[in-house]
Structure formats: structure tokens, C-alpha cells
Design a binder for this molecule. Structure first.
Ligand code: NAD
Ligand code: TYD
Length: 351
């Protein structure tokens, strides 16, 4: 029998965090799961409607920078583990407001590390500080090669620089204070509950509404896409079986140029929406490139596969089809997050 964890998940109302929270709350009813989320524009409790009444689940609205809140949660729930997902996550926003990324991704992570270290200092056994990170810390690839766990960090956007900095602090707390940490760096995720500022949900939303599909530059940049449920299965595997102090790359060997991906999306959506073939691709509009746009990301996940036996479960076309179907049958969710109605609701509800 493993230990019965009490886990603090940060950012559990966001895209990946909500899938992770759902998985842990339903798969491990004996665990206590506390979701601490500030509910920024990206955090949405509608993502968790189906589990909000589970007896092993508690939601707390709050900022990871709030040390006294963190201490009171540690006292109350006696956490044995943290899975840290909370972050500012959108590259374009980091270009216009880098300080917001330093505040949450760097200072917030260090605050969390510090409180965990203080609380666990007399008994580090069976504790886990699991930091969720991104492949973007490794920088940008040319047309060949893959990011491995040994690839030197070379972040090039304010977002990736803030995530790289947080990864360094997590490792520093392991080396300096023996804090039992794990880190995983994953490639681009897609799937249900993805906020429609990111490429795939933005294009799904715009195709439904016959709006332009903005392609940065020539659309030749390459991303390595992984279905979000495969990512959270990997997190589950690493959380329970990964080694303390280790880093694991997560990815599905699934590289697409942005233009090829959007054409596939258009093709599938024409069929699902009953439109003539070729209709949606007429919405494609080339726009000014993103500043400092990384050319290519591609993950080598051999370590995770060989050491822990994780494999992605879905082919991309199938995952994309599932994702489109989810957005088409959850138009209320999409309308709420795009109308900003849900943010007004939170203001009224939480101040
Ligand atoms: P997201 O933007 O959808 O969600 C982030 C969540 O964090 C939101 O619920 C938000 O309210 C919360 N949050 C933000 N600032 C906070 C603060 N100061 N205190 C408490 N909560 C706060 O992000 P995501 O796409 O789900 O990403 C989750 C994590 O996974 C991030 O650390 C990101 O860097 C990493 N990641 C994301 C991807 C991807 O493709 N989305 C890929 C690899 C790694
Ligand atoms: P995004 O979903 O923002 O993820 P990331 O920048 O973290 O990889 O963007 C994915 C790719 O799509 C990236 O190369 C930028 C590009 N892109 C567009 O071409 N148009 C858009 O409107 C967006 C949001 C992204």
C-alpha cells in the first residue's frame, strides 16, 4: 500500500490543472485534494463542475504569493505533496506584460517552495514537491533534433524565461535544502477546457463563428502536440513512480506546422459542421509574426517511456476530433469564457 496523500494542487481551475484535479479526485478517493487557484481570466470553476461535490475535494480561491494563506492551508490539511500547475501560461501575454509572469511564475513558485520547506523541514520523508513545467525552457530547435532532459536551457520569451527561472529555483531547493522535488517538462497540450486564446481552441471558436484564423508569419513554426489527458496520466505516473530530484520530458512525437494543423482542423470541422470541403480554410489569414517566435519544439520522451512505461494513448487526428466534438457540444462554456460573463460572475461571487 502506498501512502495516503493530502495534496495541494495549484492552478487546478486552469486547463491542465482541471484535468489533473479531476483525475486525482476520482482515481484516488482516499486522497485529500485541495485546489488553490486565484481564478485569473484563465481559471474557471466550470471546468470542475462534475467533481465539485466530491467529499475528498476542496476549492480555495487564493494567490500562491500569499504566504500566510499557504501556511494556514498547510496547518489545516497537513499536505504530503504539492503539484504546482499555477502559472501565467500564454506567450503573447508575456510579451505585453512580462512582470505578471515574474510575479506568478517566479515569485509565486519561490514562495510556495519556501513555505513547503519550512513546513516539511523536520520530516521530508514521503513528501513530494512536483513542479509542472514546459518544453519551452529549452529554447527553439532547427529542423532537426529533439529536446532531452540534458538539453541546456535557452528560454527566449518572457514566458519561457519565467518558467526556466522557476525550474532553476525548484532544483536549487532540492540541492540546498534537500526538498524532495520532481519536475516534468511537457510539449504543447490540447483538449477540452483549453482557453480560446491558444491556437487550437481559438481556431475552433473562430471557425464556428466564421471569423478569421490568424496565422503568425508563414505558419511554418512547428509544435509537438499532446492530448491533455495523456499529459495528466504522465503526471500521475511521475508523481507515484518517478524518482525524487529527477526531471522527465513528456511528449508524443507529434510535430505539426501551424498551417498543417489549422488545415486539418478546417477539414475536420467542415465535415462536422456540414459545410462544403474547403469552406473553413478560406478563413485562414496570415498576420504579423509573434516577436521572437520560436521555430520548433520537439520532445524526446524516451526516459519517461523506458523508466516508467508511459506512452501517449491517442493519435493526433483522433484527439483533435474528440476536442472539436467537446467544443461543439459545450457551446455554453465557450460562450461564457469568450463573453467575459464568467469573470463578472467571479467578481460578484468572490469580490
Ligand atoms: P492555464 O493558464 O490554463 O491555467 C493556469 C491556472 O493558474 C489558472 O487557473 C489561473 O487562475 C491559475 N493562477 C494563475 N496565477 C495564479 C496565482 N498567482 N495564484 C494561484 N493561481 C493562479 O495554464 P495551463 O495551460 O493549464 O498550464 C498549467 C501549467 O502547465 C503551467 O505551469 C504551464 O507552464 C504548464 N504547461 C502548459 C502547457 C500547455 O500547453 N498549456 C504545456 C506544458 C506545460
Ligand atoms: P500557442 O497556442 O500560443 O502556444 P505556444 O506559443 O506556447 O506554443 O501557439 C501555438 C503556435 O501557434 C505558435 O507557434 C504560435 C502560433 N499561433 C498563431 O499562428 N496564431 C495564433 O492566433 C496563436 C494564438 C498562435
Amino acid at each position: 500500500m502506498g501512502i495516503t496523500h493530502s495534496i495541494l494542487i495549484t492552478g487546478g481551475a486552469g486547463f491542465i490543472g482541471s484535468h489533473l484535479t479531476r483525475l486525482f479526485v476520482t482515481k484516488y478517493p482516499e486522497y485529500t485534494i485541495v485546489n488553490l487557484d486565484e481564478l485569473t481570466y484563465a481559471g474557471n470553476l466550470e471546468n470542475l463542475n462534475d467533481i465539485e461535490n466530491h467529499s475528498n475535494y476542496t476549492f480555495v480561491k487564493g494567490d500562491i504569493n500569499d504566504a500566510s494563506l499557504l501556511k494556514s492551508l498547510f496547518d489545516k490539511f497537513q499536505f504530503t505533496a504539492i503539484i504546482h500547475c499555477a502559472a501565467e501560461s500564454h506567450v503573447d501575454r508575456s510579451i505585453t506584460d512580462p512582470l505578471a509572469f515574474v510575479k506568478t511564475n517566479v515569485l509565486g513558485t519561490v514562495n510556495l517552495l519556501h513555505v513547503a520547506k519550512e513546513h516539511w523541514k523536520n520530516d521530508l520523508e514521503h513528501k513530494i514537491f512536483y513542479h509542472i513545467s514546459t518544453d519551452e525552457v529549452y529554447g527553439s530547435l532547427g529542423s532537426e533534433g529533439f529536446f532531452t532532459e540534458e538539453t541546456a536551457y535557452d528560454p527566449r520569451s518572457p514566458y519561457s524565461a519565467s518558467k526556466a527561472s522557476s525550474d532553476h529555483f525548484v532544483r536549487a531547493f532540492h540541492h540546498t535544502y534537500k526538498l524532495p522535488v520532481k519536475i516534468s517538462n511537457c510539449s504543447n497540450n490540447y483538449g477540452p477546457f483549453h482557453f480560446p486564446e491558444k491556437l487550437i481552441p481559438l481556431c475552433i471558436h473562430n471557425i464556428i463563428n466564421n471569423k478569421p484564423l490568424p496565422i503568425y508569419g508563414k505558419g511554418e513554426n512547428i509544435r509537438d502536440w499532446l492530448f491533455v489527458e495523456d499529459h495528466v496520466r504522465a503526471i500521475d505516473t511521475i508523481f507515484h513512480h518517478g524518482k525524487i530530484g529527477e526531471t522527465y520530458n513528456i511528449g508524443g512525437h507529434n510535430e505539426w506546422t501551424n498551417i498543417a494543423l489549422v488545415l486539418e482542423l478546417c477539414k475536420q470541422m467542415d465535415i462536422k459542421l456540414g459545410r462544403a470541403a474547403g469552406t473553413s480554410e478560406q478563413l485562414i489569414t496570415y498576420v504579423k509574426d509573434r516577436a521572437g517566435h520560436d521555430l520548433r519544439y520537439a520532445i524526446d520522451a524516451t526516459k519517461l517511456k523506458n523508466e516508467l512505461g508511459w506512452m501517449p494513448s491517442l493519435q493526433f487526428e483522433e484527439g483533435l476530433s474528440k476536442t472539436i466534438d467537446w467544443y461543439l457540444s459545450n457551446s455554453d462554456w465557450l460562450n461564457n469564457v469568450t463573453s467575459g460573463e464568467y469573470q463578472q460572475y467571479y467578481k460578484g461571487m468572490y469580490g
